[in-house]
Design a protein around this ligand. Structure first.
Ligand SMILES: C[S@@+](CC[C@H](N)C(=O)[O-])C[C@H]1O[C@@H](n2cnc3c(N)ncnc32)[C@H](O)[C@@H]1O
Length: 219
């Protein structure tokens, strides 16, 4: 990934360690390597894409937990949706929500070209509204959008997550700025981290991988 939107970076891990970890973890399929390449050509910035380390973690968690029903909030160009679909069994299904028209088009194109297409449903619109319309119990949720509202999505999604199900949230360290939040996004994520760590309904582990990934298991 060559480009970055230029948010302040307080690197929380060493670049060489990151590269070593990626090299020694599950690799992207050829299809996903092509998706990254075409996203990079089509867009100015693709730093929102989760990447192979977080993607590999999602795959292992899906396989270990035996999840078959997945919800993703924040599709972007479809990388993590396809990555998770690759880990699902044949009868598995992922619903992924995206509100940005340009990203919807790119994701749709990538999904239609994908061998994983039968497992993926793209919902176009604002997740804040669309989640209420989903009458599905999910085994696994990946929350990767709208960082100001993690708390809102947690409250909405928890009743739709099965007992023993997993909710995975990305960017929970927000480049390390949650340690001393000086702007509203860092503050919202820090507040969410504090809330969820003390919520008796769930068990939580915050992993300092990449930009921070929290694993939340519903009791
Ligand atoms: C970090 S990116 C997702 C990256 C993706 N999971 C991946 O790994 O490739 C977040 C995405 O969420 C979308 N988004 C932000 N707010 C949203 C909302 N309220 N409803 C639906 N999508 C939203 C953005 O347009 C963006 O594409």
């Amino acid at each position: 990934m060559k480009k970055h939107r230029g948010k302040p970076i307080l690197k929380i891990t060493d670049a060489a360690i990151d590269a070593y970890a990626e090299e020694h973890s599950i690799q992207d399929s050829d299809e996903l390597k092509q998706l990254i390449e075409s996203s990079d050509q089509e867009l100015e910035y693709i730093d929102m894409l989760s990447g192979s380390l977080v993607g590999g973690l999602l795959q292992l968690l899906i396989k270990i937990s035996g999840a078959t029903s997945v919800l993703e909030i924040g599709t972007f160009t479809g990388y993590s949706a396809i990555k998770m679909a690759e880990a699902l069994p044949e009868n598995g299904a992922i619903t992924t929500i995206e509100m940005n028209l340009r990203y919807q088009d790119l994701a749709e194109k990538h999904f239609s070209n994908s061998v994983q297409a039968p497992k993926i449903t793209l919902l176009k619109g604002n997740a804040q509204e669309l989640i209420d319309e989903l009458d599905i119990t999910f085994d696994f949720v990946y929350l990767d959008a709208d960082k100001l509202r993690y708390q809102f999505y947690f409250d909405k999604v928890l009743p739709k997550l099965k007992s023993g199900g997993l909710l995975v949230t990305d960017n929970v360290l927000w480049d390390g700025t949650v340690l001393n939040p000086l702007e509203h996004k860092a503050q919202a994520i820090a507040d969410f981290n504090a809330f969820v760590a003390n919520d008796e309904r769930v068990e939580t582990v915050l992993l300092p991988i990449r930009d921070g990934v929290t694993l939340i298991r519903k009791k």
